[in-house]
Structures are given as C-alpha cells and as structure tokens.
Design a binder for this molecule. Structure first.
Ligand code: AN7
Length: 415
C-alpha cells in the first residue's frame, strides 16, 4: 500500500505522516496492489458494515470500531411518486453511531492514527466531523482537538464533541478559516489531521459505495445523488465504485451527482463552466450549516468523479432544502438534517428540469440525522402548540385547519 499524488503521481510510503504531495501540493490517494487482494465480499454472508470490506481498507491492526456502516437502504415509493421517478432508494447514513456518515471515515482514520503512534487527533469541522472524531478518540483513549466556526455549528453536533471529551475550540471565522488553522496546527507532528484531506479517512467512506451495490443485490444503480461540502464523500464513494468495477463486480459506475446549496456552491459553478478547478467563495451561507464551505479541499477529486462517471452538479435553495426535508420526513419517516435533504432537493430539481429521466434507478444518500440540528427544525416547523390542560381546548386545536394544512398538501401530491 502506498500514497500517490493524484496530479504528479509521486509516491510515498503509507507510514509517512503527510496530507498532500511534497512535490506539487496535490491531493493524495491510497493505492493498493490489487493483484494481492482477495475480494470475494460477494460471497461473504455477513451483513454490510465498514469492516466487512477490510481487505480493501488500509489498516493492518485491530481497528478502533463502534460498529459503523451497515446503514439501511430504503426503497422510497411514496417520495418517488412525488418526485416522478420509478425507482428511488435512500441510503440513510444518519443511522451511524454518531448519526452521520463521518463515522465510516473516522473508524479508519483514527485506527490509522493509532497505527502511526499518534496521541492527539485534530480537525476543523462544520460539526459532524468533530462529533465523529470525538467518539473514536474516546474509544481509542487518545486526545482530540476540534476547531469550529463560531455560531454556525448545529447544537447536537457540539453536544457530541463536548460530551465525548474533545477539546472544543470555537474560532471567530468560518469553516474555511478553521480548516486553514488546523492544517497549520498539524504541521506540528504531534497533531494528526483527520479532515477529509487525509486520504485514509476517505478509504472508510468509500464503503458507502460498496454497501449500495451489496444491498442492491450486487447491481449498480444508474445514479447516486448526495450533498457536497468539502467534497470528500463524493470522491470516496466514486473510488468505491471504481474498485468494484476493477474487480468486475459491477459493469458501470453510477453517475455521481453532487448537490450544493446556492449560498455555497463552488463545485457547481466549476461544473457549469466545465472547469477542473474551483473559484473559492469568501462568504458561504446556507441553512445547511454542514455544507457551508466556500473552499472545498477535495474539489479536484470530486470534479474528476463527476466528469468520469458522466454525472453532474446542481445547486438548490434553502427553501428547496426545507421542502425536501419535510417531504422525506413526512412521506417516508426518514428524519435528516438540512444538508442531507439537499440530495432529495437536487433530485427533485433535476427531475423537474428533465435532466434525470423517470426510468433511472436512483440512490440518494442522506448524510446526517435530523436530531443533529433541532434548532433548524423549530425554525422551519414552528414551536409546538400550547393549550390549557383541557379536553375542549385540545379538540379545538386538533380540528383547526392550519395545523394539518401542510401535511394535507404533501399527501395530495402523491394521491
Ligand atoms: C451531514 O463535519 O465538512 O462533501 O466538518 O456533515 O464530504 O464534505 C461535514 C460535511 C454532507 C458534506 N452532509 O460532505 C464537517 C463537514 C453532512 C455533512 C456533508 C457534510 P463532504
């Protein structure tokens, strides 16, 4: 196993503590000697999980694990009907140990930190990465330092990082500032950087791709739709599919379809121009605080994934995100945080535009749980009604048209 620069192809041993190419500054990828890997995961009867695919992961020791992955893939017929698509699945990553897909990367990333003998791990985060880093550091018995942008991290995520014992530092700046600072901090060798610039972390996240194929009975969907922030996940999942193609488990790689928020969409802008480089945005803003990122570090990998798979990028408004979040919650019983709902909002928009055809088999990935961001929920649903402890008062509010208006509208649309 080696690290290889995606730009100049320089190679480094996997024991070296580096995050980018020492020669050209390019992103690194983990390269295996595939001829030595026995990949007969199809034959394994065990249920999907990150470590079911250990032969394609860069860890030799017993991993630091809290049983991540193996999240459900739901067939969502009612939502499909509303959107106008025949076959729609939702891969609900909110059901990982901390409630987001980041756990897949962190079980691998923190295991790597232990293999390398590191005693402190660090990250900048819009929230979920910090929660995830905190639990695996706790499980491994090492320290975690996390830098968060002030006032912009959902409450549930901060609560997790705090409770699991990370050193939580809020900075007066946005995620991109926090990321720049944590990179500088990690130039000191005692801090191991576990943002998605770390190629080992992305190896864990590629298992989302493996599981989708596994759960569809070893067939690939036509398209995978997911939210894009720092752009690590779309790159990782594409790599997972590419490896399964290399092993002839699938014939085609699904079209990788990345959704960003209008207020933070440098990848979408680059894609619209057919460019391979992004122009960073100085003041990203969106209700989907998880993807409030103006300078996604994995942009070169993500654009490659999109172009090579015949995929695309789209942007959606905050209102479209909120509508999608409510539809998914009320039609399918799947509660997700706003960033995750961007995938559904993007699919809806691309169907309306006629870019995605009704006969495509689509998997949307919902990346984080509803309970991550309870303040957003109160903001968009309003506070619960308060009435006197009196049966007549209760009957009166139940029969009030307003309270059932929204649900009625949603249900109407699928009848
Ligand atoms: C719910 O936690 O960047 O495109 O610091 O939490 O791989 O960055 C979170 C990202 C989508 C975007 N959905 O994934 C962080 C952080 C949710 C997220 C993304 C994030 P990437």
């Amino acid at each position: 196993m080696l690290l290889e620069c995606i730009e100049c192809k320089a190679q480094y041993p996997d024991t070296e503590i580096i995050y980018t190419c020492q020669r050209c500054g390019g992103l690194l990828d983990v390269i295996y000697d595939y001829s030595k890997i026995d990949l007969r995961v199809q034959k394994l009867k065990q249920p999907p999980s990150v470590w079911k695919y250990a032969s394609l992961l860069p860890i030799k020791m017993e991993p630091v694990t809290l049983k991540e992955g193996g999240t459900p893939l739901y067939k969502c017929d009612r939502l499909a009907k509303k959107i106008g698509i025949h076959e729609l699945y939702v891969k609900n990553e909110g059901l990982n140990p901390t409630g987001s897909f980041k756990d897949r990367g962190m079980t691998v990333g923190v295991s790597k930190a232990i293999e390398l003998g590191m005693k402190t791990v660090a990250c900048a985060s819009t929230g979920n990465t910090s929660a995830s880093l905190a639990i695996y550091a706790a499980k491994a018995g090492i320290s975690a330092v996390v830098l968060l942008p002030e006032g912009k991290v959902a409450m549930g995520k901060v609560a997790q990082a705090l409770m699991h014992g990370a050193k939580v530092i809020t900075i007066r700046g946005n995620f991109d500032d926090a990321f720049r600072l944590v990179r500088e901090l990690c130039e000191q060798r005692e801090f191991y950087l576990l943002n998605s610039i770390n190629p080992f972390r992305l190896e864990g996240q590629k298992t989302i791709g493996f599981e989708i194929i596994d759960q569809l009975g070893w067939k690939s969907p036509d398209r995978v739709v997911l939210p894009v922030g720092n752009a690590g996940n779309i790159s990782a999942i594409y790599k997972g599919f590419s490896e399964f193609k290399r092993f002839d488990i699938i014939d085609e790689i699904p079209r990788m379809t990345g959704i960003q928020s209008e207020g933070a969409c440098p990848i979408f802008n680059a894609f619209s121009k057919g460019a391979r480089k992004i122009v960073p945005e100085k003041h990203p803003e969106t209700i989907a605080s998880a993807i409030r990122i103006g300078d996604p570090v994995n942009a070169p990998k993500a654009l490659l994934a999109i172009y090579d798979s015949g995929g695309l990028a789209e942007k959606v408004s905050d209102d479209e995100i909120i509508d999608a979040q409510k539809s998914l919650a009320r039609l399918e019983g799947i509660g997700v945080e706003p960033a995750s709902a961007a995938s559904i909002a993007g699919l809806t928009k691309l169907r309306e535009k006629g870019v995605i055809q009704p006969d495509e088999r689509v998997v949307c990935i919902t990346t984080g749980h509803l309970l991550k961001d309870p303040e957003e929920v109160i903001g968009v649903c309003g506070k619960p009604m308060v009435v006197e402890a009196d049966i007549e008062a209760i009957r009166a509010v139940i029969s009030n048209e307003d309270s059932v208006e929204y649900l009625g509208a949603v249900l109407q649309s699928v009848r």
